[in-house]
Design a protein around this ligand. Structure first.
Ligand code: ADP
Ligand code: MG
Length: 603
């Protein structure tokens, strides 16, 4: 009773372990902290090595400032930093680090070795720390700069260690982090060695364009346009993709604020605005964006890992980003921008490069019909001629759920093609009304069912490419493709590993020749990634792959002949689920003559 309160100060090693939970999530976060320290120390060359995705070893050697013995000993103490001295300094941060937490946290949850030598000193220092305990301090002969070796991360926190993923997955995170930092600092020479194999060796002194080419390859670099470095308080530079080069997620958007990889909702919003009406909904451009502004205009102290930043004047940031991107796109002839600059874009401009289907030489009214479909009962459908087509009043995908019934019936028994409207839609007259068909969506549906039927019957026909194509993918995409190689083969996509993140595609499902192979693989990866959250049933994954392949197949063709349109109409009429594309968008919008009569007040 008389022993006083229950509250105690935590011993420092416990406090460090708790902090480690915030700063260090996985080997890639260790790499991030150490790379940032090296850059802060003015390094011009940084060499990184990781073993087993960094779970066994992360090592980083830099040729920066280095530390003397006192500094080295202090560097692993909590809240020890050379980068700020007073609370005021937090408002004007010029360095990447400032919290003085990283080395203390990392050394408390790993076997840690630091070797460092200042340029003006003869001998270096070596520290050995294990699980937060300093085991050894001694002189060491070493080159100027700093070498850190972090082994067995979380060896003393079994619960955390269990949360690490397979070495393969952790390797992907390491590569992704390296890539991000390499983009942030194009002038710094950097190398990455994974499990003893050199993965990247990036030249020092590069301009951003050269670094991007080294990291992403010539092909992608050619699809990018540079931003004119602007004036004003917020300087925007970097590269953006033309509207033709998009992907289904945002993973290839890299944003740096004062050299720090960062995200902020306003930047995502500005990118969307800049591309508004130039690319289809749900597609995202590839972007490398560097923002520079006075340190007091940005707050990086929102989050321990400093991932998200806050801007003091976010509307300036938004306007600068939109303006710079729009200007670059219009210079490239990709956008017909009326109101350039800070004003919101004009939404009515025609989509310039969006790959829609165009139908050649479709006469104003071409009549054709074809035999009735097989008797209704053989398709398990009702015989009623009234059409259960998507009602025109509600053309949104929301109706998709209501449409595909397990026993669908043909949408019409005869029809004639009236023509093409809006440069895209095909207008059909049927016995009971008229139908507007999106040939793009319809084509996807038809191809999709063709592949899935073939899969079900175990006879997918695959056709060899004349010239096999070699494709290098971003690390995350590569992982998804690699994990599903067997399934893809089953679906007729002849893809095999070529080392690293490179794949060779030598065959495609029959009828899909001439595809943008790389775009297709990336779409497949995106689909699989989204699926990953919902489940990994192989049937769903098959569908995801088939969907992506169809989408790519349709995108790769930009013209359909009249004959092909007719084929399409016929094929769609006999599809299992003719009313939506595999992604759930409507393929047909039907208006009955009844409805017309009602609207004209005839009924
Ligand atoms: P912070 O970077 O927030 O200051 P860290 O724990 O990451 O905190 O590092 C603590 C200190 O150790 C740094 O302020 C810096 O003085 C020193 N330090 C860390 N890494 C290096 C390095 N590679 N080269 C020189 N000094 C370093
Ligand atoms: Mg740091």
């Amino acid at each position: 009773m008389s022993e006083g309160g229950h509250i105690r100060l935590l011993p420092p090693d416990v406090a460090n372990k708790i902090a480690a939970g915030e700063v260090v999530e996985r080997p890639a976060s260790v790499l991030k902290e150490i790379l940032e320290n090296a850059v802060d120390a003015g390094a011009t060359q940084i060499d990184v090595e990781a073993v087993a995705g960094g779970t066994r070893l992360v090592s980083v050697a830099d040729n920066g400032l280095g530390m003397n013995r006192d500094d080295a000993l202090l560097s692993i103490e909590r809240h020890a930093t050379s980068k700020i001295h007073t609370a005021d300094d937090i408002e004007h941060i010029h360095t990447l680090g400032f919290r003085g937490e990283a080395l203390a946290a990392i050394s408390s949850v790993s076997r840690f070795r630091l070797r460092s030598r200042r340029h003006d000193e003869l001998a270096g220092t070596e520290l050995v720390v294990s699980g937060g305990k300093l085991l050894d301090v001694k002189d060491a002969g070493c080159p100027p700069g700093t070498l850190l070796e972090i082994r067995d991360l979380f060896f003393n926190m079994p619960a955390r260690r269990k949360f690490l993923r397979s070495p393969q997955t952790e390797t992907v995170h390491i590569r992704q982090m390296f890539l991000l930092q390499a983009l942030a600092w194009p002038a710094v020479g950097m190398s990455l060695t994974l499990d003893g194999r050199r993965s990247w060796a990036l030249a020092a002194g590069s301009a951003p364009a050269e670094r991007i080419r080294e990291l992403f390859g010539q092909e992608l670099a050619e699809g990018l346009r540079s931003l004119e470095p602007g004036q004003g308080d917020v300087k925007v530079s970097g590269f953006v993709s033309l509207p033709a080069l998009t992907r289904g997620d945002r993973t290839e958007q890299y944003v740096f604020v004062n050299g720090r990889p960062a995200s902020a909702p306003v930047i995502g919003y500005a990118i969307n605005e800049a591309y508004h009406s130039l690319i289809p909904d749900g597609r995202h451009p590839t972007i490398v964006l560097y923002l520079e502004m006075a340190p007091d205009l940005v707050d990086v102290n929102v989050h321990p890992t400093k991932k998200e930043v806050r801007f003091r004047r976010s509307s300036d940031v938004r306007d600068a980003v939109i303006g710079a991107i729009r200007q670059a796109l219009s210079r490239a002839g990709a956008a017909f921008v009326a109101g350039q600059g800070a004003k919101p874009p004009v939404p009515s401009m025609p989509p310039a490069v969006t790959p829609f289907l165009k139908i050649d030489d479709l006469p104003a009214s071409r009549v054709f019909s074809y035999p009735r479909l097989p008797p209704a009962e053989s398709r398990g459908a009702m015989a009623s001629p009234s059409l259960p087509v998507v009602p025109s009043a509600d053309a949104k995908p929301a109706v998709a759920g209501a449409v595909p019934s397990p026993a669908p019936k043909a949408p019409w028994t005869w029809c004639r093609v009236i023509g093409q409207i809006g440069g895209l839609y095909v207008l059909l007259e049927t016995e009971e009304g008229y139908v507007v068909m999106d040939p793009h969506a319809a084509h996807e549906r038809v191809l999709f069912e063709k592949i899935m039927n073939a899969v079900e019957q175990g006879k997918v026909e695959s056709q060899g490419l004349l010239v096999p194509e070699t494709v290098e993918l971003p690390p995350r995409d590569a992982l998804h493709v690699r994990k599903n190689l067997e399934l893809m083969k089953k679906l007729g996509i002849g893809v095999s590993e070529f080392g690293g993140d490179t794949f060779v595609v030598d065959a495609l499902p029959k009828g899909m020749q001439g595809l943008g192979v790389k775009a297709m693989l990336i779409d497949v990866a995106c689909h699989l990634e989204t699926l990953g959250e919902r489940g990994s049933h192989s049937r769903w994954r098959e569908e995801a792959i088939a969907q992506a392949a169809c989408k790519a197949a349709v995108k790769a063709r930009d013209r359909l002949s009249l004959g092909e349109v007719e084929q399409l109409v016929i094929a769609l009429a006999s599809a299992e689920m003719p009313y939506t594309c595999p992604h759930g968008r409507p393929t047909l919008i039907y208006t009955s003559f009844h409805e017309l009569a009602r609207k004209f007040g005839r009924e």
